[in-house]
Design a protein around this ligand. Structure first.
Ligand SMILES: [Zn+2]
Length: 139
């Protein structure tokens, strides 16, 4: 019984010593690793948040982009982007004063994406973004 106690006591002492040695040896790499992870977190926090919305207007699809800063929680830009075909979801291109779909050959007048329309798309995108991100503010 006395031998068993001393063996288990010795094991406890050795275990504690081993833990201390391993802890000491692991401290520097762990600190370096923590500093590296913190740097990655800081970089991620500084990276702007880019959110893509989806708006349907005048038989066309839009995928506007809202860019915001996760640090200041302020929106820095809102872009309407290009109109997309509702059938194919492909971006339309401006050909001879008309928006044309390369997929289904559908054509729309140039006015479906004039400044008044892109303003409406941008306002709707901002509204959707702020609804989904209530802790952010418009610029
Ligand atoms: Zn199409």
């Amino acid at each position: 019984m006395g031998i068993l106690l001393s063996v288990s006591a010795l094991a406890a002492v050795l275990g504690a010593a081993l833990g201390w040695v391993l802890g000491r040896r692991g401290a520097a790499p762990a600190e370096r690793r923590a500093a590296g992870l913190q740097a990655q977190l800081d970089e991620l926090a500084a990276r702007p948040l880019v959110w893509e919305g989806r708006v349907e207007l005048f038989d066309l699809l839009w995928f506007p982009e809202v860019t915001a800063s996760p640090k200041t929680h302020r929106v820095s830009s809102v872009k309407a982007g290009l109109p997309h075909c509702r059938e194919c979801a492909a971006p339309l291109s401006l050909v001879g004063g008309e928006w044309a779909c390369a997929g289904c050959q559908a054509r729309r007048p140039e006015s479906v994406a004039d400044v008044a329309v892109t303003d409406m798309i941008a306002k709707e995108a901002l509204r959707q973004f702020l609804q989904r991100h209530p802790d952010y503010r418009a610029a």
